[in-house]
Design a binder for this molecule. Structure first.
Ligand code: NAD
Length: 431
């Protein structure tokens, strides 16, 4: 089949590359000409394991990129909306980019003679597809949904860093289609993947994505709350959660306590569904606590540091890890950001290192010192904060010996001081 993908960030570029891998033709549309040129040159616009290899293989053959909606709609049967859905200043979902993409698609569909399907893949609060996207498509195309064109909501569950693998090995594919014809066409695109495709209503599909993400975020904040209580009693929360996770009703995943969750999805999605609940007159107390715990959690790193070192003014503090998690260069809502802000507020001298995310963080904090390796960043430091679970940080050892004071505050349970050949002063955030 022929697919167009609107928005070529993490979700769009990975979807296009994977649809090509599944044998379809993919046209990528982006307003960012730099991304368009990169994709046409077979280069990945963002870092994702395996993405560049797929783009290298298919660019100019099964994948092309353009900023022209008309071309994309004329030359495809199905268009996926994969644009960003950030938070507005109140934390509610900002649907302006979805609105603009739907309008552009509608205008392009007005010029097309054949049936077309529009699929919302962006994460949008329930009712967005039916109450915002369909009316915009109808208004700007002059056509009727369910007759002249099909519409579906198909949430994406991929993990950044493992996005290509996750797309090709999904544990669920949900298609909230307005009718059987649309459902059939979208399901056909996923033929070849070993996964059942579930047909629901668009609103149910939208809610499945939020329920999924908010439950995962809730597990993390729950683990952090238990971890904070454990810390006060000297109980190893990891020993606790290891046993808790053996219960098949719970599963061992997302029970790691630490500095909290970040990224482009969990914080904004929890806030967006809080906003939607409020709009409906419901007070979502549990979800508010999930955010509240997550905002306080990283500051515990600085509190522990101060307990050990006293005043931070003029102290050289090394922050290892800037990406919101390992295997990505994405720093959106990274827990390192509030930590560095707090360190700077207390007039510490901050040195940082991350294997991938340095360039992005330079735009947020242009005036801290960035190093090319963890070893360089640790030299002469008064303390080190471990913020991201990069594998290479688990292997650090003799590097700590070059610190002025080998004090390590671990926010991700990366080290066990017993395994090190050098002696360090170690403090875990919740253990
Ligand atoms: P992103 O910000 O990385 O990419 C969005 C892209 O859309 C950008 O390249 C931008 O230039 C482009 N764009 C903006 N306006 C446009 C327009 N009018 N027309 C065409 N392109 C336009 O976003 P992302 O991380 O890929 O997320 C996209 C959506 O998918 C969001 O709703 C997000 O919540 C959801 N999602 C993200 C992930 C993830 O891990 N990143 C996982 C699942 C779902």
């Amino acid at each position: 089949m022929r697919v167009s993908v609107i928005g070529t960030g993490y979700v769009g570029s990975v979807s296009a590359a994977c649809f090509a891998e599944l044998g379809h033709e993919a046209i990528c549309v982006d307003v960012d000409e730099r991304k368009v040129s990169m994709i046409n040159a077979g280069k990945a616009p963002i870092w994702e394991e395996g993405l560049e290899e797929l783009l290298e293989e298919y660019a100019g053959k099964r994948i092309i990129a353009t900023s022209d909606y008309d071309l994309a709609v004329q030359r495809s049967d199905v268009s996926f909306i994969c644009v960003g859905t950030p938070s507005d200043e109140k934390g509610n979902i900002d649907l302006s980019i979805v609105r603009s993409a739907a309008m552009s698609l509608g205008e392009a569909m007005a010029k097309k003679d054949h049936y077309h399907v529009v699929v919302v893949k962006s994460t949008v609060v329930p009712e967005t597809t039916e109450k915002l996207v369909i009316p915009l498509l109808e208004k700007h195309s002059g056509k009727k949904a369910g007759k002249d064109f099909g519409v579906a909501m198909n949430p994406e569950f991929l993990r950044e860093g493992k996005a290509v693998y996750d797309f090709m090995h999904p544990d669920k594919i949900v298609v909230g289609a307005i009718d059987e014809r649309t459902f059939f066409m979208v399901s056909e695109l996923y033929r070849g993947l070993d996964c059942q495709v579930t047909h629901t209503r668009p609103t149910t599909a939208e809610m499945i994505k939020y329920a999924n993400n908010t439950l995962l975020a809730t597990k993390v904040s729950f683990a952090n709350e238990i971890g904070n209580i454990c810390k006060k009693m000297g109980i190893d929360t990891y020993a606790v959660m290891k046993e808790v996770g053996k219960d098949f009703r719970i599963s061992p995943h997302f029970l790691n306590s630490g500095a909290g969750f970040g990224g482009s999805c969990f914080p904004k999605d929890v806030r967006a569904i809080i906003g939607k609940a409020e709009e409906l007159g419901y007070e979502p107390k549990l979800l508010r606590s999930v955010i509240d715990i997550n905002e306080k959690q990283p500051l515990g790193m600085v509190r522990l540091l101060e307990q050990k070192t006293g005043e931070l003014q003029g102290k050289c503090i090394t922050v290892l890890g800037l990406a919101f998690k390992n295997d990505t260069d994405d720093i959106r809502e990274s827990r390192s950001i509030p930590v560095i802000e707090e360190l700077l507020r207390k007039k510490a001298l901050v040195t940082a290192y991350d294997p991938m995310a340095t360039e992005h963080m330079k735009k947020v904090f242009p005036n801290i010192t960035y190093c090319d390796s963890a070893a360089e960043a640790l030299q002469d430091a008064d303390a080190c904060l471990l913020m991201t679970e990069w594998d290479q940080f688990r292997r650090l050892d003799k590097e700590f010996a070059t610190m002025k004071r080998p004090l390590v505050i671990d926010g991700r349970h990366l080290l066990d001081p017993k395994d090190l050949s050098v002696k360090i002063e170690y403090e875990g955030l919740c253990w």
